[in-house]
Write a new protein. Sequence first.
Length: 99
Amino acid sequence: MAEVAVRIDEGSPGSVRVSGELTFGNAAAALKAMDTAVARDGRSELDLSGVTRSDSAGLACVLAVLAQSAERGRKLKVSNMPEGMHLLASVCEVEGLMV
């Protein structure tokens, strides 16, 4: 199975928009790209409106980026979470961490 690239758009001030799939196939690369983009210039929002598919690895990536931002002393808001990721976060009881 070919790895599907995740796309990161830093065009909006304060926001990082993630597009594509967040899955086991690209989790390591996605985590690195998201964390690097969020850390740059004090970004405060992770916009997931472009995410077309996610699994538990995608959810883990988002949680890791949130944790790394908190370690830097920054609060990161997650917006436009896809319904599937939202349901998975709810089942895993981590939904409250995504606010």
